[in-house]
Design a protein around this ligand. Structure first.
Ligand code: SAM
Length: 473
């Protein structure tokens, strides 16, 4: 556990923070950094908002339902602030965005701090300014909390977190016609390779074994800065980090996932053969309306290229996609094209969404949301049941096979881990498996998860341990 200087001198010793996170992996990573900053200022985490001195709401607005949830949560905090006016409320993330927050400030005057996505700065500055220390001391505290050149996980995750997210590309400049992200997360910015390597090393030194690089279009890493390598180069640098066992990255875009990258992945054993590459629709006209920049045929060929480049990797390559149903103007026939493409390509995972008009986007401004809600649901359910069958079929091919699993945590008595292909595997065992990369034999498969047995020597060790335990009782 990291011993914070401010805890040593008694700063904020009994203060507590509560953090609520919604949305994508990037938000999970952002919340982790806010937690770590608050802990450096001496705050301890609490799961009870009512007990907190600082509450952070890290929000998502990718769909209206996520935005509604954020507003609901925000309204629920008003009575807490009325009861305890010293409570600090920080609204953060995509609800705030990067373009100013005057409207929100007027609507929610009880919020003390507004922070754009991925930025712990405003909250840390606010909290340090509340203190009566000199400006110089406040500045030192601020820099210490923001971990300039350093990176310590929150106390609750140190030595426990096996798989961590590492934001590599912030923002997005692609502007798909339906997507609000570029308006809220700002333009694309690749983080320096030296920072990423250093953070990976620091995470490994705190027990992390697997890193997932994050970016809205991760394969555009380095394209905004000629001094940086591309994603293939970054993967090579990270591959050399000692103690790091697995590297993943998401999300890819079909137009930027080239052969150089696939060849690099094929040659780097620590980089997992799992690609998240959204197709969004299986119809060329809908793709054009979405401003995605590729055709169905190009996506089809990409899937073939991924499978062919990664054919030697064990246990094969896996591909995840995202699909939006009910995009403006999507006809029944166009939806059938998406259905047929999913049935044809047989991808491992499909994240499905019903189109939701988002403010500022080209689609919301220019294209009427003309697919009725019941129809969106109907299309969603058809794809969901198709994908359930496909996933069950693919996973059934694992039955009886030995596969490597990295174990992350124990959930209700069962150890939970993932294969190289990102399949969820459960194993019943009394051994301590956290952070272990082990070959296991798959004994049961379903569409969403699998069960496995440990190899014989470990089962023997387990029996031995159990025998010792019962002898002692
Ligand atoms: N940047 C990635 C990409 O290439 O699309 C993923 C970003 S987004 C956070 C995750 C997913 O949300 C998208 O892939 C898309 O399927 C879905 N999504 C984005 N905007 C949406 C909207 N307006 N309505 C419904 N789903 C949406």
């Amino acid at each position: 556990m990291v011993n914070t200087a401010w805890q040593v001198i008694g700063y904020n010793m009994d203060m507590k923070y509560h953090i609520w996170t919604e949305g994508c992996q990037m938000n999970v990573a952002d919340s982790q950094r806010i937690s770590a900053a608050l802990e450096r200022l001496g705050y301890a985490v609490t799961q009870q908002a009512e007990q907190a001195d600082v509450i952070v709401l890290n929000t998502c607005v990718v769909r209206q339902s996520a935005e509604d949830k954020a507003y609901g949560r925000l309204h629920s905090l008003r009575p807490l602030k009325t009861k305890n006016p010293r409570l600090v409320i920080n609204l953060m993330g995509c609800l705030v965005g990067v373009r100013g927050f005057e409207g929100l400030q007027q609507r929610f005057p009880f919020v003390d701090v507004f922070s754009p996505p991925s930025d712990a700065g405003p909250l840390v500055a606010y909290l340090t300014q509340q203190d009566s220390r000199s400006q110089e001391e406040q500045e030192t505290m601020r820099r210490y909390a923001l971990q300039d050149g350093d990176w310590a996980l929150p106390a609750s995750e140190q030595g426990l977190l096996v798989s961590a997210f590492l934001p590599a590309v912030l923002g997005c400049s692609h502007a798909c016609s339906y997507c609000i992200i570029p308006y809220r997360r700002g333009i694309e910015r690749s983080r320096p390779v030296v920072d990423l390597v250093k953070e990976a090393q620091l995470l490994v030194s705190q027990g992390v074994k697997e890193i997932t690089l994050l970016g809205q279009i991760i394969d555009r890493y380095g394209k905004d800065d000629p001094a940086l390598p591309n994603l293939a180069g970054l993967l090579q640098e990270l591959h050399a980090v000692e103690g790091l066992q697995r590297i993943r990255f998401l999300t890819s875009h079909p137009s930027y996932l080239g052969d150089e990258l696939l060849e690099t992945i094929a040659g780097l054993p620590k980089v997992m053969p799992h690609i998240e590459v959204p197709v969004q629709a299986g119809d060329d006209q809908v793709l054009e309306n979405m401003k995605r920049g590729y055709t169905v045929e190009e996506y089809r060929r990409l899937v073939q290229r991924i499978r062919s480049w990664l054919s030697d990797r064990q246990p094969g390559a896996s591909i995840a996609t995202d699909i939006i149903v009910g995009f403006p103007g999507e006809t029944a026939a166009q939806f059938e094209h998406t259905y047929d493409l999913l049935a044809e390509l047989k991808l491992d995972v499909a994240h499905l969404a019903r189109y939701s008009p988002r403010p500022d986007t080209v689609a919301a401004r220019r294209m009427p949301d003309d697919v009725p809600d019941e129809e969106k649901w109907e299309r969603f359910r058809r794809l969901e049941s198709l994908q359930e069958g496909i996933a069950a079929e693919i996973n059934a091919t694992y039955l009886g096979r030995m596969v490597e699993v990295l174990f992350e945590e124990q959930v209700r008595g069962r150890w939970r881990g993932r294969t190289a292909t990102n399949k969820l595997v459960f194993v019943e065992s009394t051994l301590e498996l956290r952070g272990k990369l082990l070959p296991v034999q798959i004994t049961w498969t379903g569409p969403w998860s699998m069960q496995a047995a440990l190899p014989l020597p470990l089962r023997k060790e387990e029996r031995h341990l159990e025998a010792n335990l019962s002898a002692r009782q």
